[in-house]
Design a protein around this ligand. Structure first.
Ligand SMILES: [Zn+2]
Length: 662
């Protein structure tokens, strides 16, 4: 999908959603970003601190949403001035002491890069510069950025890794206030190298983006071909289904308009209904609504002169009061209800769903493929689940590719045989199939599921792209209902947490797996995009930025060591390095995400819950900038992402195979 600002649709009708597009926003600081989250902005998972202290975050917005975000400090990054870091005032720099927390280099397919994290006793007031020396006489210098989140200083870092010409060996961090520290530069990720693939190791099994129906077919096919190594699990909670009630807007918004909604889903008869408003053509007639076949007729009231006098509120009330009508009505959101309605010709109701008829409108089954030689609970379980967020089209390919690699290589590859002997793998390619269908056929930026919890005043069809629950904010640990940051109680928000914890079948299915298969000790929640590797805590309370409990130092070390091993496997595919500053707890490297699934798995079940954000930025060697890949990159790029993160997922299964309960 394009990243250019949308152009307003020409002659859009009252039922047409305003076009949305994926843009990079610039905000003055992280506090402003949190205000965007709180306002309901549909932020992506790509957040980039900038050299001048501002933050860039990708978001899906309409023109009017963008205008509403401007007072909160948001601008399009393309229109924000690129202020050079030297422009910062250095006069008042306080005297300070510096601690270097991490200095690492890595080599990716784009060359050598340096990443440094340090902190100053003067906190965010400090102005830090890194100079480095490297192999072959290389050297360089770069400014650091203070990282302040929810008012708390978390240290300084580079906004993005800095190109380094060759391998950096030593750094000096100096502060404008006089502080100085030195360190050697270590290699990143420097985890255990993946086993060299045995001769004949098979991979590369995904050839296109896949719809939920295609994914389910693939999972069933794998089970048919490998019945001894797999079980097909139909998860207990069906989704609501790719379906909506049929609607029509009568009258002319913003004033004097009524929204009519069928009781039945569009696919179950709602789309066959029509509604009309007629002038009785005589004085002193009452307002009445009636049904003839599939046509709802509202005869408007007239006064003694024969003039029409029914207001929108009266028309809606008459429809709702009439016995036996298959529709409900409400006043349009911008209309106070007092506008007098004009006659309207018969208008057919529509669920506005564009998928071909062969895409099921029934509640959808969510499938898990269980893979392993001993599927009896005796082996360490690994859960991989993707596409909680509908628009993240690459993510199911990651799990399907990993499943195929495990099954197809079992016979010929010793390392794979060991994995399937020792582990019990559960793969759910698509957690949110209804949203995924909507993303494929109707609105490619759809993040949430399709279930509308909004009241009638927020349920006219032009708002349909904003309905739904953010499945990854619908879990119970550290939820918005418990006072944590990063989920919303606004039904139109991009991160709407739902009316209650676990209100949605999509999240209940994931928890059912954790509940039912207590041997699951590891979980990978696959998201896109931005190139992150994260673990709990994933949420904090606004007051004092109190996070969910930190893992113990031993657990933290296990998370990090495992991450480095898994990231080596990712690098091996095409040289993509997940940045050290994007490897860590969600709250430290991304933002607070109240009610996410990895937190619930970790805090309530003791499952090591990780998150992949596949789709690392691509280095543009001409502009010397990192560029985002988006949710639906050209398939050639999405395919590469699937290959590298499938390798990462298999590496996680390797960690599970070697894991012994401590
Ligand atoms: Zn996501």
């Amino acid at each position: 999908m394009g990243a250019q600002p949308s152009t307003p649709a020409v002659a859009a009708g009252p039922a047409d959603p305003e076009p949305a597009s994926l843009v990079t926003l610039s905000v003055p600081d992280r506090a402003a970003m949190e205000r965007l989250v709180a306002s309901g902005a549909d932020l992506t998972e790509r957040v980039r601190p900038q050299a001048d202290g501002s933050v860039q975050v990708d978001a899906v917005v309409t023109e009017s949403q963008l205008e509403a975000l401007r007072p909160l400090g948001a601008t399009l990054a393309s229109e924000a001035p690129q202020s050079p870091p030297q422009a910062r005032a250095k006069a008042a720099a306080p005297q300070d002491q510096i601690v270097i927390e991490r200095a690492v280099w890595y080599e990716s397919r784009d060359g050598y890069f340096l990443s440094v994290e340090a902190s100053s006793s003067a906190a965010q007031a400090a102005d830090l510069t890194v100079s480095w020396r490297g192999k072959k006489g290389t050297s360089g210098q770069a400014e650091m950025v203070a990282y302040v989140d929810a008012g708390q200083y978390l240290g300084h870092q580079f906004s993005t890794p800095v190109p380094a010409g060759n391998q950096p060996q030593s750094i000096t961090v100096t502060s404008a206030g006089g502080g100085q520290a030195e360190a050697k530069v270590r290699q990143w990720p420097d985890g255990d190298r993946p086993d060299r693939a045995s001769r004949g190791y098979q991979k590369d099994f995904v050839t296109q983006y896949m719809t939920p129906a295609q994914l389910n077919e693939r999972v069933k096919d794998l089970h048919r071909r490998y019945p001894k190594l797999t079980d097909l699990i139909t998860l207990p909670y069906k989704t609501n289904g790719y379906r909506r009630h049929a609607q029509a807007v009568l009258g002319t918004p913003p004033a004097a308009a009524v929204v009519v909604t069928s009781d039945a889903y569009g696919s179950e008869g709602g789309n066959d209904l029509s509604v009309e408003l007629v002038d009785p053509g005589a004085p002193d007639r009452p307002l009445q609504a009636s049904l003839d076949g599939k046509l709802v007729t509202v005869s408007l009231a007239t006064d003694a002169s024969g003039a029409l006098v029914s207001t929108a509120a009266q028309v809606a009330a008459a429809i709702n009061a009439a016995a036996g009508l298959p529709v409900k009505a409400s006043v349009y959101r911008t209309d106070p209800g007092a506008g007098v309605m004009a006659p309207a010709p018969a208008t057919q109701l529509d669920d506005f769903l564009n998928a071909p008829a062969d895409v099921s409108r029934e509640p959808a089954e969510v499938l898990a493929l269980r893979i392993g030689v001993h599927r009896d609970g005796s082996r360490t379980g690994v859960l991989a689940y993707s596409q909680e967020h509908a628009r993240e089209w690459v993510t199911p390919l990651v799990s399907i590719e990993a499943a195929e690699r495990l099954l197809r290589n079992y016979a010929g590859d010793k390392a794979t045989r060991k994995l399937l002997e020792r582990t019990d793998v559960f793969i759910v390619p698509v957690v949110n199939p209804d949203g995924a269908n909507y993303s494929f056929y109707d609105f490619n930026s759809q993040r949430k599921n399709m279930t509308n919890h909004c009241p009638p005043q927020q349920s006219d069809p032009a708002l349909r792209n904003q309905w739904g629950v953010d499945v990854n904010r619908n879990y119970a640990a550290g939820s918005v209902h418990d006072g944590y940051v990063g989920g919303s109680t606004n039904c139109q928000s991009g991160s709407y947490a739902g009316p209650a914890e676990h209100s949605e079948p999509e999240s209940r299915n994931v928890m059912w797996l954790a509940d039912t298969y207590r041997n699951i000790k590891f979980a990978m929640n696959v998201h896109s995009y931005g190139g992150y590797f994260m673990w709990p805590p994933g949420a904090y309370q606004a007051e004092g930025r109190v996070t969910l409990p930190r893992p113990t130092p031993e657990e933290e070390e296990f998370f990090l060591d495992s991450a480095r091993t898994i990231e080596e496997a990712i690098v091996a595919e095409r040289g993509t390095v997940i940045w050290p500053q994007q490897t860590g707890p969600v709250t430290d490297v991304l933002y607070s995400a109240a009610g996410n699934s990895a937190d619930e798995l970790w805090y309530d079940y003791g499952i090591y819950g990780w998150d992949f954000e596949v789709g690392a930025d691509l280095w543009n060697s001409e502009t010397r900038r990192w560029e985002p890949v988006g949710f639906q990159p050209p398939f050639s790029e999405g395919h590469q992402e699937a290959m590298e993160f499938a390798a990462g997922l298999i590496s996680l299964i390797g960690i599970a195979a070697d894991y012994r309960d401590r």
